[in-house]
Design a protein around this ligand. Structure first.
Ligand code: CP
Length: 309
């Protein structure tokens, strides 16, 4: 008997624009009618294999599966797994795919989820691989932008901070580049500019307008969305370099003086210093809503990959 092909989410490009739009529709329906979905995954198990720390991604996936009526298992620290005895990722995934119906994994190595998907019997979801991709954060971001702005096209989006190592940035640019009339303002120090491969293979290939600048203030008045990011300490080889760059941008009230009244301020979180807490009460600050939205879009994704809908 031929096995049915399983669907994974390794890269945001694994989903068509229509599939993303459908996931957003389902997530919005879940937000409105939570009870309708509370037994959709009865009897199903989600495994979380986290080889790197996480608060939002792991717990929102667990919350998502529990809210769908399913169960969860897994580890949040590879030190408590048999990885410490020398087990390969491929063997770990091969075994866990016999214990669960769907696997969510985060790994420090770029490309690790692809290796996992080849050995898994069940769908693999990439919850972040090194400085490469973070597709489910992008789904969360898209749901939030569409709820806050009412559209995913005709937007000027400022991306600020660590554009080099910030995997959420790379996935978000890839996703948004498929919508009409998107312009990016890329705000970073020279040392943390967007990687050349994202510029050539995504922005230039798709004829997307973009500006690179060191200044947070210069284009503030044009922005519909401002997406702040943390400088990714864990990706630096040189501690002194991290310390020099970590507070390069701090969003405070003075920086928002020229900003639009309906600017949408996002951050994938965790935040360190890059958004002053004085901004939290500003009606334009949407980063905590963004974190809450993560549960609902992940519920929609689980339903899709398990073919429950
Ligand atoms: N945004 C995000 O990936 O957060 P965690 O690292 O806490 O999962």
């Amino acid at each position: 008997m031929r096995e049915k092909k399983k669907k994974n989410l390794i890269d945001i490009k694994d989903l068509s624009v229509k599939e993303i739009d459908d996931l957003i529709k389902v997530a919005n329906d879940i937000i409105e009618h939570k009870e309708k979905y509370s037994h959709k995954c009865d009897g199903k198990i989600l495994a979380t294999l986290f080889f790197e720390p996480s608060t939002r991604t792991r717990l929102s996936f667990e919350s998502a599966m529990l809210r769908l009526g399913g169960k969860v298992l897994g580890f949040s620290d590879s030190a408590s797994s048999s990885t410490t005895k020398g087990e390969t990722l491929a063997d770990t995934v091969c075994v866990v795919s016999g214990y669960a119906d769907i696997i969510v994994m985060r790994h420090p190595k770029e490309g690790a989820p692809v290796v996992a998907s080849k050995r898994s019997l069940v769908p693999i979801i990439n919850a972040g691989d090194g400085g490469h991709n973070h597709p489910t954060q992008t789904l969360t971001d898209l749901l939030t932008i569409s709820r806050e702005k009412g559209r995913l096209d005709n937007l000027t989006i400022g991306l600020c901070g660590d554009l080099k190592f910030g995997r959420t940035i790379h996935s978000l640019i890839t996703a948004m580049s498929r919508y009409k009339n998107i312009k990016f303002i890329l705000i970073s120090p020279d040392e943390l500019k967007l990687p050349e491969y994202v510029i050539t293979e995504v922005l230039e290939k798709n004829h997307i307008e973009y500006i690179e600048t060191n200044s947070m203030e210069e284009y503030m008045n044009e922005l519909d969305v401002l997406y702040m990011t943390r400088v990714q300490k864990e990706r630096f080889l040189n501690e002194a370099e991290y310390v020099r760059l970590k507070d390069y941008y701090i969003l405070d009230k003075s920086k928002l003086e020229t900003a639009k009244e309906d600017l949408c301020i996002l951050h994938p979180l965790p935040r360190v210093n890059e958004i002053s807490t004085e901004i939290d009460d500003d009606k334009r600050a949407k980063y905590f809503e963004q974190a809450y939205n993560g549960v609902y879009i992940r519920m929609a994704l689980i339903l899709k990959l398990l073919e429950v809908l």
